[in-house]
Write a protein that binds this ligand. Structure first.
Ligand code: ZN
Ligand code: ZN
Length: 248
């Protein structure tokens, strides 16, 4: 499969007993990308792949529910006796500053590369376009295009991002849906499921995967609220471990 994504976790803010925080395994034509590393995702990743086979990593922003399992990966790469060559780690500048302050030896095992809203680069032969998102800290979403298939990931975001650039005509949009309608007024820098559904329909996405789901709420409510605004876009809840083939 040329392009596929497997959620490792989808719990907003923190992991629960059963569900890890945000993280995804993305396959681009044989290239394996670990995208966001919230708490619990490292162990989910190990149940899916050998960590030595991960070819690159992308952290959308510095918040702990998207980064803390990086350090498990780092220690395994450094001390696991596998003699691994450095792999790319893409992240916003602010994220790189924070994680390297925490562990100064990260550059021994990662090729640290800053990305921002005007970055376009090649990942596994796919075109990766990074987009600045509406969140209190520097945050990048990702549009990944390979062989006509398009995967878009909003990361954490409020409703004022340029979703058209990120997700126009995408086969699959993974969108955060931290809130439900009854939470109004909500914090800035996050979306409700209703807003996620409306956005996915606006950009012409075929399929919307709701993620960053509230750990204390009934996710079927989030699903219903997104469906009510999603028009022809198919809507589903992220399911950790369920592989999604993009563009099929
Ligand atoms: Zn988050
Ligand atoms: Zn965040």
């Amino acid at each position: 499969m040329a392009l596929a994504v497997t959620p490792l976790g989808c719990s907003a803010m923190y992991a629960t007993a059963d569900v890890a925080a945000s993280g995804y395994l993305v396959e681009v034509d044989g290239f394996t990308l670990w995208m966001d590393a919230g708490g619990g995702t490292w162990q989910k990743l190990l149940s899916a792949v050998d960590y030595a086979d991960v070819n690159g990593m992308f952290l959308t922003h510095r918040h702990p529910d998207h980064t803390i399992d990086l350090f498990q990966f780092f220690h395994a790469r450094l001390y696991g006796g596998r003699d691994l060559v450095p792999i790319p780690l893409w992240a916003p500048e602010e994220t790189l500053e924070r994680i390297t302050a925490y562990s100064t030896e990260l550059a021994q095992t990662f090729d640290l590369t800053a990305v921002s809203g005007d970055t376009v680069l090649d990942i596994g032969g796919g075109k990766a376009t990074f987009v600045d998102m509406d969140h209190p800290v520097q945050t990048c979403g990702l549009r990944l295009q390979h062989d006509g298939a398009v995967l878009a990931y909003t990361a954490d975001t409020g409703p004022t991002s340029d979703f058209h650039v990120l997700g126009h005509d995408a086969d699959v949009v993974i969108c955060e849906a931290t809130f439900q309608d009854s939470d109004r007024p909500w914090w800035e820098g996050h979306m409700s499921a209703t807003q996620a559904g409306r956005m996915a329909n606006d950009v012409g996405a075929s399929r919307l995967v709701l993620s960053h789901l509230p750990p204390t709420r009934d996710h079927q409510v989030s699903l219903r609220e997104a469906v009510s605004e999603a028009g022809a876009t198919g809507v589903e809840l992220a399911e950790p471990g369920k592989r999604i083939e993009v563009g099929r």
